[in-house]
Design a protein around this ligand. Structure first.
Ligand code: FRU
Length: 469
């Protein structure tokens, strides 16, 4: 579509769609969501010039995965966000089928985006270019065009550049599919963000002792935390297990050691990053005070997404809350970022038999439970969390068949911190050892109740609304 045509269609879609979306009882009160249309991956998450910037995959024109642009929000405090000018639109030959996911860097004071230009051909084939864009004085972005072409040995599925600085160089990880249809992560190096050298395959199906591990790895991210290097990725096509990797596509982490000189990454096995029904394509950034923050898409492609009821209100999907990453005993921990505590209204407490706890208003709530299990948390009769001796089972009915579906977290649980927004629940387990993120669509006003005879200590807060301006 020509730039002018696309821009006027987006403007009209926003004018018409925003009132409908924002008046939907399921539209989030403090999470980021599209003002109309479809949102998916977080992109370009960065702290730059004193503000956080979060870009996102956005189709303003409808609730399908088409016409992907980069929307853009910024915030000084991770609470109060504001809309920024639309950053990227698919209006060049090299990105005409979508400005796909990517990242942002501070290149000597210039906010620079590295994204995938996706090109689909009429015969069903496709190619991909990794492209640059730099911020202009008006806050928008000027495209500089492709800097990495499709490498030999890979299909057109090469995308989602995540770039970071290490020593004297820029490094990039890229999600890829090789011509044998195996999912891989590629590592590249550059001195100037323009000329890139391929260093090889960092990880993937059949590499580093992994065995068969999927046909395409999307949205890689690599960073060091504590003594380990963590690779986050979304390996499509790995086999579901009885209690893990049950979503249509999972999001996982691997930990190990990266030798930047030889590009060799020795690592252990996959761990699920989030065990809930909706979580995908997370991205991290480093703050000025050294915290590694993560935000994910609270959605999953190819599952039941197109049956979500918000589509009737012209919008679909939201981000997770921003999380701070930590590491303990070799595991990756996630906790809600500390800034979110400013959303809390006055603290309320209960101690005693779980079933005697008061019903709590589900709309915007933070809930902390300390106990040992034997408790069910009922979210508006729409989602149920069963806390057993050996772990958690989260139950929700299929939006298609009405059958119960389950997600699991295995291990002894002593503490839960649950963040609720109008149609989402994020369950942090044992101070961040695990997380389960899920959407649910209750009838409001909805209540959360506890079931069970065991002793529990509860603290809870109503959370204030945070409107994007
Ligand atoms: C992941 C993903 C990415 C791609 C983007 C397109 O959800 O498929 O691989 O860049 O979404 O919107």
């Amino acid at each position: 579509m020509a730039t002018d045509t696309l821009l006027s269609a987006i403007l009209q879609a926003v004018m018409r769609g925003q009132p409908r979306a924002l008046s939907d009882a399921h539209y989030p009160g403090w999470h980021l969501a599209p003002v109309t249309g479809l949102l998916n991956d977080p992109n370009g998450f960065i702290h730059f010039n004193g503000r956080y910037h979060l870009f996102y995959q956005w189709n303003a024109l409808g609730c399908q995965h088409q016409h992907k642009c980069w929307g853009h929000w910024s915030s000084a405090d991770l609470l109060q966000w504001q809309h920024e000018p639309l950053a990227l639109m698919p209006d060049e030959a090299y990105d005409r089928s979508g400005c796909y996911s990517g990242s942002a860097v501070d290149n000597n004071g210039v906010l620079t985006l590295i994204y995938t230009g996706n090109v689909k051909f009429e015969d069903g084939g496709r190619t991909a270019w990794q492209c640059l864009a730099v911020q202009n004085e008006a806050g928008g972005f000027d495209k500089l065009g492709p800097v990495v072409a499709l490498p030999d040995g890979y299909t057109g599925h090469v995308r989602d550049p995540k770039v970071w600085r290490h020593g004297e160089h820029w490094y990039m990880v890229l999600g890829a599919q090789d011509t044998a249809l195996q999912g891989k992560v590629l590592l590249l190096r550059s001195e100037d963000l323009q000329a890139w050298q391929h260093l090889g395959e960092l990880a993937g199906s059949g590499l580093n002792g992994l065995g068969a591990a999927g046909y395409m790895w999307e949205c890689p991210d690599l960073f060091t935390l504590g003594d380990s290097t963590f690779l986050i990725c979304c390996p499509q096509g790995i086999a579901p297990e009885a209690q893990r990797f049950l979503n249509a596509h999972p999001s996982a982490w691997l930990a190990g050691d990266l030798d930047y000189d030889t590009a060799r990454f020795t690592h252990g096995g996959f761990h699920e990053l989030d065990a809930g029904f909706e979580f995908y394509a997370p991205q991290t950034t480093l703050t000025d005070d050294g915290r590694r923050l993560l935000v994910g898409w609270m959605g999953v492609p190819d599952g039941e997404e197109m049956h979500q009821p918000t589509i009737a209100h012209g919008w679909i999907h939201q981000m997770t809350c921003v999380r701070e990453l930590g590491t303990h005993n070799g595991k990756l921990y996630q906790r809600p970022v500390a800034e979110l505590q400013a959303l809390r209204d006055k603290e309320q407490r209960f101690q005693g038999r779980a079933a005697d706890a008061p019903a709590m208003p589900a709309r915007r709530l933070e809930l902390e439970l300390a106990g040992t299990g034997g408790i069910t948390v009922d979210f508006a009769h729409t989602l149920r969390l069963e806390w057993c001796d050996d772990g958690l089972r989260l139950a929700r009915r299929s939006l298609v068949s009405g059958e119960w579906h389950y997600r699991y977290w295995q291990g002894a649980v002593t503490q839960l911190q649950i963040l609720c927004d109008h149609s989402s629940v994020e369950i942090f387990i044992n101070h961040g050892e695990g997380v389960m993120s899920s959407r649910y669509f209750p009838v409001h006003p909805a209540a959360i109740t506890l079931i069970g005879d065991t002793e529990v200590a509860v603290r809870y807060w109503s959370l204030r609304r945070c409107v994007v301006e």
